[in-house]
Every structure is written in C-alpha cells, then in structure tokens.
Write a protein that binds this ligand. Structure first.
Ligand code: AMP
Length: 221
C-alpha cells in the first residue's frame, strides 16, 4: 500500500500516519520530521531550510524533491509507505509521480484530511512545552493546562511556545496550505485517487475512518 496523506497542519495526519504505519508495517515518511532533524543537526540542507521552517513557509520544491529522491535511492527503499506532508505542491506531485514511475511503483490512494481553520488555530496555538531537556512535558491551554499558568507542573520551568505553534505562524501555514493544495488535489483527482476523511473527533474516531477508506482502495500488499 502506498498512500499520500494531505491535510492542513494540525489536522492530525502525522498521528494517523504513525498509527497506520505501526499497525501495517509501512514506512512513515514525514518530510517535516526529516527537515526538522536536519535543522537540528545543522546540516547544509538544514541551514538552508531553517528560515522557511521557522516562518511557516514551504522549503523550495527542488530541495524537498531531492531529499525524497534520496530516500528512494537508498538500499532500504520503501515499497509500502505513507507520505506525510509530501507532496505539498503540484510541482512536487509531478516530480514524485515521475520518481515513483522510475522505480516501478504507483500510488494506491491520496487521503485528504479535512478540518476548519479556526479549529486548527485553537488546537495548535494552545500547545506549550517545557524547555527543560530532562523534562520536555507538553501542555495545552484548553485540553491540558498547567496548574500554575506558564509553569511546568513537573519541574517548575517557564513554559515556551514553539515558533511554529504561534498563532501568526499557524495562520501563515494555513494560507500556504490552501494556496498550494488546490492544484495538488486537482492533479490527484484527475487520477481518481483522492478520498476525503473528516479529521474532526478523537484520534480513534479518525483512525477508524482512515482504515475504512483504505479498505475500499486496492488490496493491501
Ligand atoms: P510539517 O511538520 O509537515 O508541518 O512541516 C513543517 C515545515 O517543514 C513546513 O512548514 C515547511 O516549512 C517544511 N516542509 C515540510 N514538508 C515540506 C514539503 N513537502 N515542501 C516544502 N516544505 C516542507
């Protein structure tokens, strides 16, 4: 099974991809994770990507396409996978189609996660983390508030908001998402690959929908 997850930031597609990959033994390919790791390691690609990540803009297509092509060139090339966050533009989708074709692979389906912008802003901008490396507890102003506002329950450290969880950054990421997704979705609709999934509800609710949709696609390999 080779599936592409498309959805706005904060729609939970990363969580769903993790669950699905654990359950069905698929490779979980998240370009966001790969890019964050290269920023953390300060590789040349990471240094190039950093200003885009911190401001919620897309890293240039050729950089991300090259990164994905490298993953598929490796001896451990994934045969069955969930793409989480790639392709994200029409140009990336075209490049990805070509690359898969060269490897004799095709896409089984594209799952489009749907969730309204205001719900996303509320979900993401509420996240705060404890920056103490030995603690790293996470909080949410609505769902899991700390006992003392702004302080970690476990170690008392002042909580921080990740740069890409700030409301301004989230709204920019949503704008970027809407601008780029239309062409991408049209591209895959033309191939009759798109299936829509509501991303509202609990993780289990959404997971059940995902599995149901995938069951109706081609048999799993
Ligand atoms: P994500 O964790 O998927 O939301 O990605 C975090 C950030 O990484 C995005 O806001 C972009 O700056 C960058 N990024 C991840 N995937 C891509 C992609 N396919 N194309 C361009 N930029 C990407």
């Amino acid at each position: 099974m080779r599936v592409i997850f498309v959805g706005p930031p904060g729609s939970g597609k990363g969580t769903q991809a993790t669950l699905l990959c654990q359950r069905f033994g698929l490779a979980h390919i998240s370009t966001g994770d790969v890019l964050r790791e290269s920023v953390h390691l300060r590789t040349p690609g990471g240094l190039l990507a950093e200003p885009y990540l911190s401001t919620g803009r897309l890293v240039p297509d050729d950089v991300v396409n090259a990164l994905v092509a490298d993953l598929f060139r490796a001896p451990s090339r994934p045969e069955s996978f969930v793409m989480d966050g790639y392709p994200r533009t029409l140009a990336q989708a075209v490049a990805f189609d070509e690359m898969l074709h060269e490897h004799g692979l095709d896409v089984t389906g594209v799952l489009l996660f749907q969730l309204g912008d205001e719900l996303i802003v509320r979900r993401l901008s509420g996240r705060w983390i404890c920056p103490n490396a030995t603690c790293n507890a996470t909080y949410h102003v609505y769902n899991r508030p700390p006992r003392v506002p702004g302080r970690c329950d476990l170690c008392g450290t002042a909580l921080l908001q990740r740069e890409d969880d700030k409301e301004e950054t989230i709204r920019r990421r949503l704008e970027v998402y809407h601008e780029n997704t239309a062409g991408l979705i049209d591209h895959y609709r033309a191939q009759k690959l798109v299936r829509e999934v509501s991303a509202d509800g609990t993780i289990e609710d959404v997971y059940a929908r995902v599995v149901k949709v995938l069951d109706k696609l081609k048999p799993r390999r």
